[in-house]
Design a protein around this ligand. Structure first.
Ligand code: 2P0
Length: 351
């Protein structure tokens, strides 16, 4: 049975308020194979999505907590990235704290000094919001564990993802390995719109060796925020067909991941990436995140696959950079045939 919002409320009163605490956590980024695009209500997805966890791209967070003397309904906090105070990030974190307050009422009892750093470069186009909110949610759950009587491991795992979702939708899929599904699918057990789960089937060994190398076509922040893109789906002319596709695609993708069907994995992964960007290009107003370099690399990958039969494919996030996905065993060939021949910097990551 899936958990409800009610299940994540805290019933007990707690008494031992520690004065000072230091809690650390680490959380990975993720790349969606079938994309979350469109949302409703409070951070609920329009459709289910499925992702690979990117183990090497992590946010590392340390929180210094001090008990506050006078309670307020707002959380007192400061956020530091790479040891520097980052006021720009604070409104989104404040919004997160507000959204989770009913489920973690203890957070207002402390002053928070949040120190984060990422193992991936800031310019990489890897969204730090996914790993960042996942890392912070792990800390909040760790604190809950310290303050209240123990609950089940499943409760803690689902609640971590549930809290992360309220920070950023894709963050819900950054709380476990190696694959996560977020969003209710009638044909996939345990799935929920409220949090992401690790599917209960065994992934074929070939997908356990997968790598993701990100080709940096464009460095820095994206121009249109994903939140705006998600909202444009509400009135999108292709909303219903997109929803239908996503439900079908998630089910198909789980089948390919189980059976090790690389050929269909490639077809579907690329179709999803292009569909995501096609949705951006056909929303009202429309916008275009791909750059000439993006198209160039896509063609290179497809030509290489045609010429050599190597099982390499691409996916795209909400930006111009290209994620190149491939099994570990062809790494050396790709270094020679692809990565050494493109004029863009590439970050080699691991799924
Ligand atoms: C995804 N993306 O499935 C899709 C595909 C980007 C492209 O979810 O508004 O930062 O915080 O829920 O999670 C990026 O959007 O948006 C995203 P919010 P989020 O990964």
């Amino acid at each position: 049975m899936a958990f409800t919002e009610q299940d994540f409320l805290i019933q007990e009163k707690w008494f031992n308020k520690p004065n000072n605490l230091v809690i650390k956590s680490v959380a990975p980024s993720n790349i969606a194979l079938v994309k979350y695009w469109g949302k409703h209500g409070i951070q609920l997805p329009m459709n289910p999505s499925i992702s690979f966890t990117l183990n090497k791209s992590q946010t590392q967070t340390t929180v210094y907590l001090t008990a506050v003397d006078k309670l307020s309904d707002k959380v007192s906090f400061k956020f530091y990235l790479d040891q520097k105070h980052q006021a720009d990030f604070e409104p989104k974190i404040a919004g997160f704290f507000k959204k989770i307050q009913d489920f973690a009422p203890f957070i207002t009892h402390f002053d928070w000094k949040i120190y984060s750093n990422n193992t991936f470069p800031h310019s990489s186009g890897i969204a730090s919001s996914a790993s960042g909110f996942a890392a912070l949610s792990k800390i909040i759950i760790d604190l809950e564990k310290q303050l209240y009587p123990p609950k089940t491991a499943t409760y803690y795992a689902h609640k971590t993802s549930f809290l992360a979702r309220l920070g950023s939708g894709s963050a819900s899929r950054s709380t476990a390995h190696p694959v996560m599904i977020w969003g209710h699918h009638p044909d996939i057990k345990q799935t929920s719109d409220l949090y992401a789960i690790v599917p209960d089937f065994e992934i074929h060994p070939v997908f356990k060796t997968y790598k993701d190398s990100i080709v940096l076509v464009e460095k820095g922040q994206k121009k249109v925020s994903s939140t705006v893109g998600h909202n444009l789906m509400n009135t999108h002319a292709f909303k219903n067909i997109r929803k239908q596709h996503a439900f079908e695609h998630v089910l198909q993708m789980t089948g390919y991941l189980k059976s090790g069907d690389i050929e269909n994995f490639i077809k579907l992964t690329e179709a999803e990436a292009l569909e995501l960007h096609a949705l951006m290009m056909t929303s009202s107003p429309n916008y275009l995140l791909m750059q000439p370099g993006t198209i160039k690399i896509i063609h290179k990958i497809r030509n290489l696959r045609k010429d050599t039969g190597l099982p390499v494919c691409f996916t795209l996030d909400a930006g111009a950079n290209v994620h190149v996905l491939y099994p570990d065993e062809i790494t050396r060939q790709l270094q020679q045939l692809l990565f050494s021949k493109i004029e863009f910097e590439t970050i080699h990551d691991y799924v």
